[in-house]
Ligand binder design. Structure first.
Ligand SMILES: [Zn+2]
Ligand SMILES: [Zn+2]
Length: 313
């Protein structure tokens, strides 16, 4: 299992990822709360790809904007969603990303069946003619509010309705969303039973990415509030069994948890604390921290006069 977290789509984000113990990263490529894809910037893309290589971050997973709702009954929302998700896939291909994760959306009062029909039609529009080197992943959601992605059956229905895209279409499972939707992964037996269901209904071979989050509210609450691993309501022994199950060994785990901040430093990110959290999360998944890179010797003859370079952030 590769393991990382959500950070910024810049060389600095990739360097931070390496320094806190990631070997994979998730990024936004567009404003997550807007409809516009920013102008294509080839220089930024080139710098990002070089930095992903330099800092050993692979795969790169892209999270699409939150406004996207392919299950929406409103034609203008549906159309904007198709356009933005397609643009995100195209942009993700340029960035060398392996997949784009998106929230499958809400039928907003029109019923699940109609919402799923629109979702299938929307995914078909997005994928037809899209770059073939990037997967599109439907993320499971918490249910409530007309959200249609809370049941494995609903996600599987979309995959089954679109066989023409084969393995380019898949699912991202978020542990906090599973919990909030009522899938009790809080015990080893519960975690195994949920994975049994996911495997028989979706097929875990169709799940290349896990969002690894603890949840602040109770199982079945339908509330989507992420907590750091061990600080929420999901018992660690359940998460441990879930993440160490051999059937998810091929996945990439991504934390989408709040980064600790330094009150005494204008709430700047506390990367040392996040590195400790990453070490904890990785150990829950049965993973060691990746080795820190060796310090690169400088060619400069007077380098010994400089302060030592550290990569530990
Ligand atoms: Zn997620
Ligand atoms: Zn969430």
């Amino acid at each position: 299992m590769r393991f990382g977290r959500h950070l910024s789509n810049t060389p600095k984000g990739l360097q931070e990822a390496q320094s806190i113990g990631c070997d994979a990263i998730q990024v936004f490529l567009t404003n997550p709360r807007g409809w516009a894809a920013p102008a294509h910037n080839p220089a930024l893309v080139k710098a990002f790809r070089a930095a992903a290589e330099r800092y050993g971050q692979s795969p790169v997973v892209v999270h699409a904007a939150y406004l996207i709702n392919l299950a929406s009954p409103r034609p203008e929302i549906f159309d904007k969603s198709v356009t933005l998700l397609r643009a995100t896939l195209e942009r993700a291909s340029l960035y060398g990303a392996s997949s784009v994760v998106f929230h499958v959306g809400s039928a907003t009062g029109t019923g699940e069946e109609a919402g799923l029909e629109r979702l299938v039609a929307g995914v078909r529009q997005v994928m037809t003619g899209a770059p073939e080197d990037v997967m599109l992943l439907l993320e499971n959601d918490t249910g409530g509010g007309g959200k249609v992605g809370y049941r494995f059956e609903n996600l599987a229905l979309v995959l089954a309705a679109l066989p023409e895209f084969g393995a380019r279409l898949g699912v991202c499972l978020d542990t906090a969303h599973l919990w909030a939707a009522g899938y009790d992964i809080g015990t080893p037996a519960g975690a195994r039973a949920v994975l049994d269901q996911a495997d028989s209904i979706i097929g875990l071979d169709r799940v290349p990415v896990l969002h690894v989050n603890d949840a602040r509210e109770a199982c079945g609450s339908h509330r989507d509030i992420h907590a750091r691993i061990g600080e929420g309501m999901i018992p660690v022994e359940g998460l441990t069994a879930f993440l160490r199950d051999p059937r998810v060994a091929h996945t990439t785990g991504i934390l989408e948890t709040p980064i600790p901040t330094l009150a005494e430093d204008n709430n700047a990110p506390d990367w040392a604390a996040e590195r400790a959290h990453m070490a904890l999360a990785r150990s829950v998944a049965g993973l060691a921290m990746p080795p820190l890179p060796a310090l690169v010797a400088s060619d400069e003859p007077d380098a010994e006069d400089d302060a030592p370079v550290t990569h530990a952030g």
